[in-house]
Design a binder for this molecule. Structure first.
Ligand SMILES: [Zn+2]
Length: 457
């Protein structure tokens, strides 16, 4: 008898955010990732649509990793009635709890501000979800063991393996009626300062492959030189070096790089402040889950002793007022919110300030405006002239590039029936499609948002 499997591409399809893949089988229905759409308004509006499938008919959710674009819709799904387990590795669930609570707080604050300033079309404006929805979601978390097959129904089992993207991140293999489905998650770098190289799948009948950097090769790592140069210049100018940073992984990576430079006496001794409440929580998880990354616990603690961790907003002000040269690493990474705004509001109009953008800056963000040489940016309703020097560091990335993506598939022993390219912008998806054809000659398809693919197994 043939078994019909349906795959619903509900997000992360034709775009990089909102990852959600619903798999309907005769035995169980499950969801791989449940992310929030981010970026331009037309994408963000999708978060407000009702889920196109009855949440009560989903038996479980498997998470590849904790990032908001893979987990951020969970509280909305729970609000719509989802009550079953949400599975992931221990660090994934730990970081997801931090991220979801932060996201709920932002949703609540946005709604409150809209009501106060009355700019919303809706009266009263409601948050997408609340802290209580996030807490209910966290209550459904259930951790899994790595590298082992777990049977969930007569003919379905799954296995998690790490893939080097962020702490606890994985790819997921699911065997359904003896066919193997592989969901890559976001794949990390072959050489990473913090994480082991990604494991690779050895068999895939159907591969769902991320394509974020499907059209690009990362430049050689020149971050040490950029840090050394920027810090020396900051000391000479008696200024401040502000580094906007993501709280998860990027912050810890930058800290470790600076720590290594300090140890090697490559940079002058100036105070380094970490101002990221969410980053602090993730630092705690890094310290706790030391087997999941490459820095020994003692070394990690030693590293922490070189940084001033800011916990209260009052200390943010004290740090801004402080007259000596310093480095401040603060969220958010694309200058869309967070403590970094307070620093830039008062320091971006000073020529002795340097802003170092340490990662990808999406369209529509202040980070992108700065990268493009904007002469002013609006912060807290006020236009601030940009007199600071703006630097960019492109080599730090938690994502595999085109070559690394192609290499990741190199240990698959069979000829896959189909490769589905997901989690990429159209040019990245198409570029990777061509490369896979050239190197492997596998059948590749690029599903569009809301496509449903039916397979007969
Ligand atoms: Zn990710």
């Amino acid at each position: 008898m043939e078994n019909q499997i349906k795959i619903h591409f509900l997000g992360g399809s034709g775009t990089v955010t909102g990852s959600k893949f619903l798999v309907e089988t005769p035995e169980l229905n499950f969801l791989i990732d449940c992310g929030l759409f981010q970026g331009i308004k037309s994408l963000r509006e999708l978060n407000w649509k009702d889920f196109p499938f009855d949440p009560n008919n989903i038996d479980l959710i498997l998470l590849t990793h904790a990032h908001l674009d893979h987990t951020g819709y969970l509280p909305k799904l729970v609000k719509q009635g989802y009550k079953n387990p949400i599975l992931g590795t221990l660090p994934t669930l730990g970081i997801a709890a931090v991220i979801l609570k932060d996201s709920a707080k932002i949703q609540e604050e946005d709604a409150e501000r809209a009501n106060k300033e009355e700019y919303s079309k809706h009266h009263p404006a409601l948050p997408l979800y609340t802290m209580s929805d996030a807490e209910k979601t966290i209550g459904l978390f259930k951790s899994i063991k790595l590298n082992e097959w777990h049977r969930i129904s007569e003919n379905i089992k799954y296995r998690y393996q790490t893939n080097g993207h962020i702490l606890g991140s994985t790819f997921i293999e699911i065997e359904i009626f003896e066919k193997r489905f592989v969901f890559s998650g976001d794949i990390g770098r072959e050489k990473d300062l913090l994480l082991e190289a990604p494991n690779k799948p050895e068999w895939a009948d159907y591969l769902f492959l991320e394509s974020t950097y499907g059209d690009r090769l990362h430049p050689e790592d020149d971050s040490d030189e950029i840090f050394i140069e920027a810090i020396k210049e900051t000391v000479n100018k008696k200024g401040n070096l502000i580094i906007p940073s993501f709280a998860v992984e990027r912050l810890q990576g930058i800290m470790y790089k600076l720590y290594l430079l300090i140890k090697k006496n490559k940079i002058p001794k100036i105070p380094i402040y970490i101002d990221s409440p969410m980053g602090n929580e993730v630092l705690g998880l890094f310290e706790g889950f030391s087997k999941w990354h490459k820095i020994e616990q003692d070394e990690f603690r030693k590293m922490l002793s070189y940084f001033n961790i800011i916990t209260s907003y009052r200390d943010t002000w004290k740090t801004i007022d402080e007259n000596r040269s310093k480095i401040v690493i603060a969220g958010s990474g694309m200058v869309t919110g967070g403590r970094v705004l307070t620093y830039l509001r008062y320091l971006i109009d000073k020529p002795e300030t340097t802003v170092l953008l340490a990662g990808y800056q999406a369209e529509g963000t202040r980070g992108r405006q700065l990268e493009n040489g904007a002469s002013e940016v609006k912060i807290f309703g006020k236009y601030c002239p940009v007199k600071a020097k703006i630097l960019k560091m492109e080599s730090l990335s938690a994502h595999a590039d085109q070559k690394e993506l192609l290499d990741w598939m190199s240990e698959i022993k069979n000829i896959p029936e189909k490769i589905f390219l997901i989690h990429g912008e159209p040019t990245a998806l198409d570029s990777l499609r061509v490369k896979i054809k050239d190197r492997y000659n596998y059948a590749v398809s690029i599903p569009a948002f809301n496509d449903v693919v039916t397979l007969q197994l």
